[in-house]
Write a protein that binds this ligand. Sequence first.
Ligand SMILES: Nc1ncnc2c1ncn2[C@@H]1O[C@H](COP(=O)(O)OP(=O)(O)OP(=O)(O)O)[C@@H](O)[C@H]1O
Ligand SMILES: [Mg+2]
Length: 348
Amino acid sequence: MGDLDAYDQLPDGVLVAGPDGRVTVLNAAGRKLLGAPAWAGRDYREVLPLTDADGGDWWACAAPYGGLRIRTGHPERLLELHGRPLLVTARYVRDRPNGPTVTLVVAFRDARARRRADRDRSDLVSTVAHEIRSPLTTVKGFTATLLAKWDRLADPQKRAMLAAVNADADRVTRLLSDLLDVSRIDAGRLRLRRQVVDVPALVGRVLAGRVASGERPDRFTLAAADRLPETWLDPDRVTQVVANLVENAVRHGAGTVSVAVGPARAPDGAAAVVLSVADEGAGVPARLRPRIFSRFWRDGRAGGSGLGLHIVKGIVEAHGGTVGVDTAPGGGALFRVLLPAGGPPYEQ
Ligand SMILES: Nc1ncnc2c1ncn2[C@@H]1O[C@H](COP(=O)(O)OP(=O)(O)OP(=O)(O)O)[C@@H](O)[C@H]1O
Ligand SMILES: [Mg+2]
């Protein structure tokens, strides 16, 4: 009974059969995965009728009680049980080398989560390939034209084509660095270099940068509280958050972009700083709000690669903060970032 109890603690399904192939153990996880079948004393093939990807009977092929007597089992395989994916390993226990199988032990687990992860990964690969191909198509088109017609093109035409090539090279570079951030975030490997950060000054630098690159100064307002709790943050990462939110407000929103920084309380009552970025555009419809932070989600009209808000959320959460979207008083989008105050925190 002690053994059975131990089997029942395992997260994976376990089936054990004796020398005659009759099942002696089916643990709790196994009974659950198989939908509580009658199992005691039944043939292992009846209790666990595994099929391979082509629908063939797996046990006929594996032949745990027959076949070569030097076999000791098989490594993890993706098999199916009534069309449902299972990851299965088996051991064929012999009481002497080259003897008959006296015990068959099969471990199995639901593979749906693994399949989903595989599908996500291949979606990611195709999205990335597509994102990189479109700027490269322009680059290729312009460079081919320049090479073929160099002598016939006027200087301003050549300059315009080179400018387009240059802009697309920038786009690919940015996309690749965003992708690296996404992979760090998704793997939980985002390293923060925390120091005391003056958030309003940081926001001021982001806005000054936009004005320096040609935006009208009256497009932006910044309101900061006089007294803010001390915040230990990674200044480069927080700059990235602010730059992304401001870029979105300009590109997807309209009118004046109002940034505000003030003291706040986290839900648990701890001191925090809240940073909000509001615009006067159409805002984000309520039904889309849960989606905009997922990777590659974007709107067809003015969308970039759709990584910006995913990165914003990843950076904010790595700091122990939260980000949300709401409707601004003027009807546009209002993004609110809550960053915990205090420190210095203990980070690896
Ligand atoms: N201020 C805003 N007003 C209205 N819609 C917004 C705003 N900010 C974001 N969105 C919507 O959310 C989507 C996702 O934003 P996100 O920043 O993740 O991607 P992106 O801006 O399209 O591309 P990227 O930031 O990677 O260049 C946008 O495509 C847009 O539809
Ligand atoms: Mg964006």
